[in-house]
Design a protein around this ligand. Structure first.
Ligand code: AMP
Length: 112
């Protein structure tokens, strides 16, 4: 079981802000913005490059959850960023596909 599967199964603690049949959203342990939430599919896909055509609906569910959570956390007016790191060069550290929702302050672009 991945770390994030354990969080989704409530086996280890996390600040869960949203969950449904296919996705879970929880606050990042080391936030880099006033709002920093991770959205994961319950299905343990390691990274985007391991997804297949069968996962198209699930990837859409993750984006839908990101949109709902951003609204729930009051980010719609100020705006927010949704990021997915894929693999080593992107700095992915947890091998369970996840979206980062970042908001609550102006964010620089491009990222480093
Ligand atoms: P990434 O670098 O894209 O793989 O992002 C992984 C994220 O998971 C990092 O921002 C970590 O701070 C976060 N993280 C690691 N362990 C936990 C945990 N137990 N609960 C919440 N977030 C975590």
């Amino acid at each position: 079981m991945t770390l994030f599967e354990k969080i989704a199964a409530h086996l280890i603690p996390a600040d869960i802000v949203y969950e449904d049949e296919h996705t879970v959203a929880f606050r990042d342990l080391h936030p880099v913005a006033p709002v920093h939430v991770l959205v994961i599919p319950r299905k343990p896909l390691a990274r985007l490059s391991e997804a297949s055509a069968d996962d198209v609906a699930l990837l859409g569910e993750c984006m839908q959850t990101a949109r709902l959570v951003a609204t729930q956390l009051g980010l719609d007016d100020g705006g927010y960023r949704v990021v997915m790191n894929n693999g080593d060069d992107a700095g992915q550290t947890v091998p369970h596909l996840h979206l980062h929702i970042l908001g609550g302050r102006p964010l620089t672009w491009p990222p480093g």
